[in-house]
Ligand binder design. Structure first.
Ligand code: ATP
Ligand code: MG
Length: 263
């Protein structure tokens, strides 16, 4: 569903934000993107939605070669992707229903079902059926983010991209949001989530891709938040699973990949 091969991104300032990133994300996968401030997470997600263009390399998203996609096709391409931001970005003067419906209106008539049915279906999925007539300010932060997720998925996107969707939320709301993303992923939507939220990553035990200084430094099937340095500190293949377990003891989740390598 997503292919990056040797992708580089150098901003106009000369800052190299991504350097030689190669990554494949099959249809239906769920990926946490982790890494410190400035590691390149948001840049990578921006490339995937063509909010930025790659400086070099191959970048294919949902069958579209983004290095070749003409500018005039970008809005059409972006309609196939659901996008969720840290700062939520709902229209303050529209109700929750109207915010979600707007997402359908800008993309033309829905391919299936009526606008009303699709909006209510999306609101039901995120647990906000009873809040359709409220305005964003009348909802908690977590509820607002759920509304933003409803807006992102109402067009049935193949891919859902979220950049730090839980950054401004308390832990229980964060956990609800991430459960919701996992739920959407189980319906077949390929999902990428950039996050600094250790508990969320460790709780879900999904694929973890780590960036550091624009390089991809870790890619684990059932990863923990961890840090690549912590994992690399003990060579798993030589020391065996018991040692790996003690190293990983710092994190609630043991990586089967590492245990497998050590056993
Ligand atoms: N528009 C831009 N112009 C110039 N440099 C940029 C731009 N956007 C990001 N950068 C730089 O590129 C690098 C990667 O930034 P990016 O926003 O991708 O990091 P990030 O991993 O998302 O960080 P954070 O965890 O703080 O959100 C940083 O050094 C950043 O300062
Ligand atoms: Mg970022």
């Amino acid at each position: 569903m997503i292919v990056l091969r040797n992708v580089k991104k150098v901003y106009g300032t000369g800052k190299q934000a991504l350097d030689g990133v190669t990554l494949g994300v099959p249809r239906g996968d769920f990926v946490f993107l982790v890494g410190g401030n400035g590691a390149g997470k948001s840049t990578l997600l921006k490339l995937l939605i063509r909010a930025e263009t790659a400086s070099s390399g191959v970048l294919i998203v949902a069958g579209h070669d983004l290095t070749q996609l003409p500018e005039r096709r970008v809005p059409w391409f972006r309609q196939q992707i659901g996008i969720v931001f840290q700062d939520i970005r709902l229209f303050a003067d529209k109700t929750i229903y109207e915010n979600v419906a707007f997402s359908l209106q800008v993309s033309g008539a829905p391919r299936r079902g009526s606008t009303r049915d699709l909006v209510m279906e999306a609101l039901e999925l995120v647990g906000l059926t009873g809040d359709a007539r409220r305005f964003p300010r009348q909802l908690s932060g977590g509820e607002q983010q759920r509304a933003a997720i409803a807006r992102a998925i109402v067009r049935s996107p193949q891919i859902l991209i979220a950049d730090e969707p839980t950054a401004n939320l308390p832990p229980d709301a964060s956990w609800q949001i991430v459960q919701l993303l996992a739920d959407i992923n189980r319906r077949g939507v390929t999902t990428l989530v950039a996050t600094h939220d250790r508990d969320v990553v460790n709780g879900l035990k999904r694929r973890v891709v780590e960036l550091a200084g624009g390089h991809l430094v870790r890619d684990e099937r059932h990863g923990a938040f961890g840090s690549s340095a912590a994992y690399q500190a003990v060579p798993a293949a030589r020391t065996g699973a018991a040692t790996v377990a003690s190293v990983s003891g710092a994190f609630p989740v043991l990586s089967p990949v590492l245990v497998g390598a050590g056993a």
